[in-house]
Design a protein. Structure first.
Length: 107
């Protein structure tokens, strides 16, 4: 309740804002505490404030010891929380970069 707020008691999630739904989903992952969480296009919806919120939620997962795999087609959005980047092309690894090498990606 402290992290998510009163929306935790909502009877129907379709009445919640997109931000509240994201919060519920990511904090549920916290409760389950898996070794790895896979996020597919986590920033595909929402404005810049929601995107920042989602990135903060992902960082919280990482800080709690959960590894996070982000599958996305937009590299720039996820660089704040990424420790390394693997670029796939035709199903094969085309390039791999450590955080210190992100400047080499060159978009």
């Amino acid at each position: 309740m402290k992290k998510v707020g009163s929306c935790i008691d909502a009877g129907k999630i379709d009445r919640l804002s997109l931000r509240e739904r994201y919060g519920l989903a990511y904090y549920r992952i916290h409760l389950l505490h898996p070794k790895v969480a896979v996020c597919v296009q986590p920033l595909a919806k929402g404005d810049m404030y929601l995107r920042r919120y989602v990135l903060d939620l992902i960082q919280e997962l990482k800080n709690s010891g959960i590894s996070v795999l982000i599958l996305t087609s937009n590299l720039a959005d996820n660089m704040d929380v990424s420790d390394r980047m693997i670029i796939l092309q035709d199903g094969k690894v085309a390039a791999e970069y450590a955080k210190e090498e992100f400047y080499k990606v060159g978009w």
